[in-house]
Design a protein around this ligand. Structure first.
Ligand code: LCS
Length: 393
């Protein structure tokens, strides 16, 4: 059916499907590396693009198409490329849009490797970057140079939960012919649609909310226009950042329950944030659903809900935070996020450990910051777990 004009929840279930000869309700796993041609001429037509047809799985596969088509519809983009990991998606964007002599501006607290590869690897290819606090929009304008090609945002940011105004940032960037990419991992399109707000590209670590079950690593890049999508597709296919069909099938299955998973995790997160904020042993809590969040009003404007990610600091800094992490029983002490299980971790020694002390300080990643990804367990049990762990402080 034509899924263009159906609602978000209906798209989660019905978009993308590739019809097969047996009428499968679910697009099957086409676990094949290659596809045979009907004739030499048919093969030539597929290669020239004269005829649509599958050639080789790195270049396209029906199970992967099912996922990519769905993602493009959910984010209101022209097209999507699915990648083997979120970092493959990040590299797809960097490689497609940046070359020797180009400059990128980004937010100072993005996922650790998204920043460290830009500062440690990309300078080898002549790419320059500036990291500023993009939650203060004037910092973006100040950082623009004549050679700036890309504004790379992550909002809410990992792990500070800082929120950048996507519409305002896109207006500034576009005045200077700069493309805007938003890492939408913390929200998913259920909560935030960066392309509708003015961005040109959206990326995801689908390892997180999109798949939602902590059983695969995956990524995606969704582009607003045909031209940008073609650039992303070229890099993905030729750098070999592609996804495996089985990985795509699992991701598409997980995606079907995105809205109901987020509804439950978010309802839990609201209760947990309120509990933590009122707790005498907690210094502060950063959660877009709390009025104390510095960008609370912006969160209400550009996100349809506060999500399920928060960070907080226990009074007593790192040692106190470690006591909490060592004494939780229901929550898993683990990196990653956006799954059905509650995860707790310490960014300064884990996900953001490759950043220098100065970079962490500048980004607001204090040694005592603890990050919580709220799952879909019973809120009372998560709260009881945190309360018990906090009793050790
Ligand atoms: N973007 C964001 C915002 C992320 O949080 C991550 C991973 C990535 C990109 C990279 O995706 P991956 O290649 O892992 O699929 N974030 C992680 C985290 O916070 N803990 O472990 C991984």
């Amino acid at each position: 059916m034509d899924t263009k004009n159906i609602g978000f929840n209906s798209k989660l279930i019905h978009s993308g499907g590739v019809e097969d000869a047996l009428g499968s309700a679910v697009t099957p796993i086409y676990q094949t590396s290659t596809f045979s041609f009907k004739s030499a001429d048919h093969g030539a037509r597929c290669f020239s693009g004269e005829e649509d047809g599958y050639i080789y799985t790195r270049l396209g596969n029906p199970t992967i198409d099912d996922l990519e088509n769905t993602l493009a519809e959910l984010e209101n983009g022209y097209g999507a490329v699915a990648t083997s990991s979120g970092m493959a998606a990040v590299n797809t964007v960097y490689m497609a849009l940046l070359g020797s002599g180009d400059h990128m501006i980004s937010h100072n607290s993005v996922y650790g490797p998204s920043r460290s590869i830009m500062e440690k690897l990309y300078p080898k290819f002549g790419v320059e970057s500036t990291y500023v606090d993009c939650t203060h929009i004037e910092n973006i304008e100040k950082a623009i140079r004549p050679n700036t090609k890309l504004l790379y945002l992550e909002t809410p940011a990992n792990p500070t939960i800082g929120i950048t105004d996507i519409a305002a940032a896109s207006t500034i960037a576009h005045k200077h012919n700069i493309l805007v990419c938003v890492d939408n991992t913390f929200c998913s399109p259920y909560i935030q649609k960066p392309l509708d707000l003015g961005a040109d590209i959206v990326l995801h670590s689908m390892t997180k909310f999109i798949n939602g079950h902590a059983d695969i690593v995956a990524g995606a890049v969704i582009s607003k226009t045909k031209e940008i999508h073609a650039q992303m597709s070229y890099v993905m296919k030729n750098m070999g950042f592609n996804m495996d069909p089985h990985q795509a099938w699992l991701t598409r299955r997980g995606l079907k329950t995105l809205a109901i998973r987020i509804d439950k995790a978010q309802a839990n997160a609201r209760k947990i944030a309120a509990f933590l904020e009122a707790h005498p042993k907690i210094e502060w809590v950063r959660y877009p659903g709390l009025k104390s969040h510095p960008q609370y009003a912006l969160a209400l404007k550009q996100m349809s809900g506060p999500g399920a990610m928060m960070s907080f600091e226990v009074k007593g800094g790192l040692e106190a935070g470690k006591k909490v992490m060592d004494n939780v029983q229901l929550a898993l002490l683990a990196v990653s996020l956006g799954g059905i299980e509650t995860l707790i971790q310490h960014p300064a020694s884990m996900t953001h450990s490759k950043l220098s002390k100065e970079e962490k300080d500048e980004a607001g990643i204090s040694d005592g910051l603890v990050r919580l990804s709220v799952g879909i367990e019973d809120a009372e049990d998560i709260i009881a777990d945190l309360e018990h762990a906090l009793s050790f402080v």
